[in-house]
Design a protein around this ligand. Structure first.
Ligand code: COA
Length: 257
């Protein structure tokens, strides 16, 4: 069904693997479209509680947008490429089911932007992050200038964006770009462990929290007002009945997906 990604389901976790290892998982437009479709499908699939996004091989998560694809683009084509890429990143960020980036190597340019659109980033010790677009004569085009500021603050983001320096996993963690650094063999197991923990919580509340967090970063949206609305709406859900009933009856909540 997909040509550039592989999807596999284990228990309730869907793993999306970018499958262009010989090109260091460079993100051509078809790959980004397929990732978007897979995220949309996963959100409709009742069996899926969480999603891991990773790259094939041990060298790269994704080494950026596919330079050979866009090298001859004109301004109009580039604008569409950027807008389409933004749509994929926004789809990931707005996924009601948590998406964890399992960063298994280079996450450069579009690869770093893809990781930043995920809700959580776990990196292997060999991971490298950077926004090298200024080397190519362009600014980042998939949200890098905005999400890097959100994650590491303006000072470090400006430095990284202007110098094109790549940073290792431990520095990325120190900056707040990644949540954890683990040995490569622990990368997927650790992501599964986090997703399994989240999957025992109320799926409706998890999705509501994601909407509230995103509201903080949306222009013209009052995040605190969003929280009030989401809090109120939650009281009409079966998850609220189940969660509170379980607590009061000293039993473990059993939420339906
Ligand atoms: N777009 C298209 N192809 C890419 C790519 C990209 N972003 N990144 C890597 N590749 C391809 C290379 O062209 C090469 O293909 P080939 O074997 O057909 O020549 C293959 O992937 C392996 O990459 P290579 O450069 O030989 O590996 P390396 O270990 O020497 O270097 C990197 C690794 C990541 C440092 C280097 O590939 C690189 O700088 N990539 C581009 C990073 C970038 O600028 N990204 C932002 C794009 S907007």
């Amino acid at each position: 069904m997909y040509e550039n990604i592989i999807t596999s389901k284990e228990a309730t976790v869907l793993t999306i693997t970018i499958n262009r290892e010989s090109k260091l998982n460079a993100l051509n437009m078809a790959t980004l479209r397929e990732i978007k479709e897979a995220i949309i499908e996963a959100n409709k699939d009742k069996e899926v509680s969480g999603i891991i996004l990773t790259g094939s091989g041990a060298k790269a998560f994704a080494a950026g947008a596919d330079i050979s694809e866009f090298v001859n683009f004109n301004s109009k084509q580039a604008t569409k490429m950027s807008a389409d890429g933004h749509e994929t990143m926004n789809t990931i960020e707005r996924s009601g089911k948590p998406v964890i980036a399992a960063v298994n190597g280079f996450a450069l340019g579009g690869g770093c932007e893809l990781a930043m659109s995920c809700h959580v980033r776990i990196a292997s010790e060999n991971a490298k992050f950077g926004q090298p677009e200024v080397n190519l004569g362009v600014p980042p085009g998939y949200g890098g200038t905005q999400r890097l500021i959100q994650l590491v603050g303006k000072s470090k983001a400006t430095e990284l964006l202007l110098t094109a320096d790549a940073i290792g996993a431990n520095v990325a963690m120190e900056y707040g770009l990644v949540n954890e650094v683990v040995p490569i063999e622990d990368l997927i197991p650790r992501c599964i462990e986090i997703l399994n923990k989240i999957s025992s919580k109320s799926p409706m509340a998890v999705a509501a929290v994601i909407r509230c967090i995103n509201a903080h970063f949306e222009d013209g949206v009052d995040g605190l007002k969003t929280e009030i609305d989401e809090f109120g709406k939650a009281f009409d859900t079966i998850d609220f009945k189940e969660g509170t009933d379980a607590f009061l009856n000293k039993r473990k909540a059993n939420f339906e997906r």
